[in-house]
Each structure stands twice: as structure tokens, then as C-alpha cells.
Design a protein around this ligand. Structure first.
Ligand SMILES: [Zn+2]
Length: 429
């Protein structure tokens, strides 16, 4: 190892000093609370969260093994599990055959499947989705309704009424409500800051829904919501908790990034805005006035317009187009493959930018058609400097048939798993 020659520091090496004069000093004043910046630092490690996550990942599991898996002391695990049992988040399950004559039998614990649930809501451009989800992230019920007008007050009032109906029919304690939507969403304040396609600006959706439903509410963007679902319950949750990028492609396009199990929000909660990422090979004019923006190239509205022009569908209905492609209609399949290639180019750029362990894509074609996923992967590999090595990191969503139902529910479940013994008031913090 090369050794750097050391030299004694001499006076001339030091910056020029000037005698401090009285007038240079700021007036001294005791620092008060209001002088401090708002603390948005990561919360300290929550032992109850570690315990519940270990039970989710490994249950049924003995308390002693929970202690090993969660690195929480055995004594703390006992107390935490008692509180989790009390809240109906976990249950004791009978052990088939314990070791005989070993004193107290150990009773394994598992996630409670029946007593509690969360409600997820999703606001898309044409419709809203309301879902009921259990603690394992399973969708127990989902309802979709088109909205006629997009006035925020009307949409949110109708949504709250559907939430109440789903809650009544659930027969379970509802722990809270999650809302996911596109555009720029400030998760800290529960505000839809800007959703150009809906025409919403600074809509305090979280506060409105909390007021109307009486439930604790958490709000987040599509991609951050789905990334949380992948990290909690996804097919590749282990890798996703390491580092992951999530690319959501619907009418809006957005991205989320997580490292070390933490989803990055950014100080303005604005991380992941890739709608206007320039993509080569696209001639669509975007709402922003430029040509070649990713969202304009791949949005559902764009592909529907092309399908209408080609006579593939007779009304502007994205689902009809998907059905045509799934039924094997070649011109419809070709539209989705072209879209998958454009999404693949964006995926290639994202792979180079973040170098994640996994890049999860939600895109209707790749979700359901292996040929589209293959086209997307190949294009991502071609556009990534790491080439074919990176193609393996690209995978479709773990929830291809329930994306919108899972998104809102995952926002709520993420809160439950982050602080399972917290108070409802913590949801808005
Ligand atoms: Zn644009």
C-alpha cells in the first residue's frame, strides 16, 4: 500500500485568521423550539414492527424463533406478542406435536387472518377502486366504479360512501384506510399536490377522507404504494427490501425507489416523477408541449386512441383493447408490444440510474402477456449499459390482476406494519 509523505503543517498552510470583533458575533439567543427545522428523519427502529414482520415472513413461528429472526430480545418479544394478540393482529395456532416433557409447550403465533382488515382506495382517471385487504395482503373484496365528473369533493364523497359500505360488509375491525393515486402526492400531508389528468391541485384528500369516514387515513402515489406491497408481500420481497425500483404505467407513469427497506419520498414528496422523461422513438405530443415524453408515449389514453384509429375497438375502452389482445388479435398484441418496448427503454435508463436488485414493472400488457414482458426485458437490456445482465432484474408486478385494489390497501398495511402498536393519530404523522 503506498504511503503518503507526511509534512508538518506550517503556518502558511492555514487559512488567514482575522481577529474576531464584537460586531461579528450574532446576538446570542437561546435556541427555541421554533428555530429548529422540522424533523423528517427516519423513525427509530420499532421493535413491534420487527416482530410483526418476522411473523409475517415466517409464521407460524415460536416466540423464541421470532426473537432470533427479529433480533429483538426474547423478553421483549413476549410482551410485544401479547400486545399484538390483544389488538387482533396475530393469533396463537395449535402446534401439531411439540417436544414431549419439555416443560411449557411452545405455542406458535401467526398473522391473524380473520379479525382485522384495512380498506384500500385508488383513484384512477376513469374510475375509483375500493378494496378490503387482510394482513397478508390478500384482496378479500373489491369494487370499481366509474366517475362521471372529476370534481374532487364529489369523487371523495362518493368514495367515502363506498368505503363505508365495504366496511359495513367486512365483519372485521377496520384498522385504517389507504389511498393511492397518480401524479404528485405528498404522503406527509396526505395531499394530492398535482394530478394533471384529473385536474386536481392541492386536494387534501387524506384529511377529507378521514373526516368523512372516521378512519385513520394514509395517502401515497401509485408507484410508492405498489413498491410497499412488493416489499411486504411480493414474490421477490427479499430482494425488493434490499433495493428496488417500481415503474407504474397506466394513464399516468410514475416511479418509486427504495433502498434498505425504506421508500424514498424526497423533501417535497416529489420523487419518482418520470412522466416527461424523453424516450427515443416516440412522436406523441405531450400535454407539457414537448414531443417524446414517456407518459404521452405509453399512457392508456394514447394506446386507446391508436386502437380506435386502427378500428381495433369501437369505443374508447382500454379493457376492451386488453381483451382483444388476450384473445390473440394480432394488431392489438402489436400495439401492446410496441408500448412494452417504449417502457423497456425507460426501464433500461432506470436500471443504469439506480442499479437496483429488482425493477418491478406494472404495465397491463407485460402483466398478462409473456411476449410483452419479454419485449420489455429485451429492450431494457439493450438500453442499459449493463446489458443482458440487467434483464434478470426486470420483473412484472406480483399482483397482475389486482394492481389497483392492492395499491390503496398497501398504503394502509404499510402503516400497520411500520408501527403495529401505534395510535390511529400516528397515521397522519
Ligand atoms: Zn411532457
Amino acid at each position: 500500500m503506498p504511503v503518503r509523505l507526511e509534512r508538518t503543517t506550517r503556518r502558511g498552510d492555514l487559512p488567514l485568521e482575522r481577529t474576531t470583533r464584537r460586531g461579528d458575533l450574532p446576538l446570542e439567543r437561546t435556541t427555541r423550539r421554533g428555530d429548529l427545522p422540522a424533523v423528517v428523519a427516519r423513525r427509530p427502529r420499532d421493535s413491534a414492527a420487527e416482530v410483526l414482520r418476522a411473523i409475517l415472513d415466517h409464521g407460524p413461528i415460536a416466540r423464541s424463533t421470532v426473537a432470533r429472526a427479529s433480533r429483538v430480545s426474547a423478553a421483549s418479544v413476549t410482551g410485544i406478542v401479547a400486545s399484538l394478540l390483544n389488538r387482533g393482529l396475530v393469533r396463537e395456532v395449535p402446534e401439531a406435536a411439540g417436544p414431549p416433557g419439555n416443560g411449557r409447550p411452545h405455542v406458535p403465533v401467526d398473522i391473524e387472518p380473520g379479525r382485522v382488515a384495512v380498506i384500500g382506495t385508488h383513484i384512477a382517471v376513469p374510475r375509483t377502486t375500493v378494496s378490503l385487504m387482510d394482513l397478508r395482503g390478500r384482496v378479500l373484496d373489491q369494487r370499481q366504479d366509474p366517475h362521471g365528473r372529476r370534481d374532487p369533493a364529489e369523487v371523495l364523497a362518493a368514495l367515502a360512501a363506498r368505503v363505508a359500505a365495504v366496511g359495513r360488509d367486512a365483519g372485521r375491525t377496520i384498522l385504517g384506510l389507504g389511498l393511492a393515486t397518480g401524479g404528485w402526492v405528498d404522503a406527509t400531508t396526505g395531499t394530492v399536490v398535482d394530478h394533471p389528468l384529473l385536474g386536481w391541485r392541492d386536494v387534501p384528500a387524506g384529511a377529507v377522507l378521514a373526516e368523512l369516514t372516521g378512519l385513520p387515513v394514509r395517502v401515497d402515489s401509485n408507484s410508492r404504494a405498489m413498491l410497499r406491497a412488493e416489499m411486504l408481500f411480493g414474490d421477490d420481497a427479499g430482494r425488493a427490501r434490499g433495493s428496488a425500483v417500481h415503474l407504474f404505467v397506466g394513464n399516468v407513469v410514475d416511479v418509486a425507489f427504495a433502498a434498505g427497506g425504506s421508500v424514498h419520498q424526497g423533501p417535497r414528496s416529489a420523487a419518482g416523477a418520470v412522466a416527461h422523461l424523453p424516450v427515443e422513438g416516440c412522436a406523441e405530443v405531450c400535454a407539457c408541449g414537448r414531443t417524446g415524453c414517456l407518459q404521452a408515449a405509453v399512457s392508456e389514453q394514447t394506446i386507446v386512441r391508436r386502437a380506435l384509429a386502427a378500428g381495433l375497438i369501437d369505443r374508447p375502452d382500454f379493457r376492451a383493447l386488453i381483451d382483444a389482445a388476450l384473445a390473440g388479435r394480432l394488431a392489438a398484441v402489436a400495439l401492446f408490444e410496441e408500448r412494452a418496448r417504449l417502457v423497456g427503454r425507460a426501464a433500461g435508463l432506470l436500471l443504469d440510474l439506480f442499479d437496483p436488485e429488482v425493477l418491478v414493472v406494472v404495465e397491463a400488457g407485460a402483466n398478462r402477456m409473456p411476449g410483452c414482458l419479454a419485449a420489455l426485458r429485451a429492450e431494457a437490456a439493450a438500453w442499459s449499459s449493463a446489458g443482458a445482465d440487467m434483464a434478470v432484474a426486470v420483473r412484472r408486478t406480483s399482483f397482475p390482476d389486482t394492481v389497483l385494489a392492492v395499491a390503496g390497501g398497501a398504503v394502509a398495511l404499510d402503516r400497520v406494519y411500520a408501527a403495529p402498536l401505534g395510535q390511529p393519530g400516528d397515521w397522519s404523522r
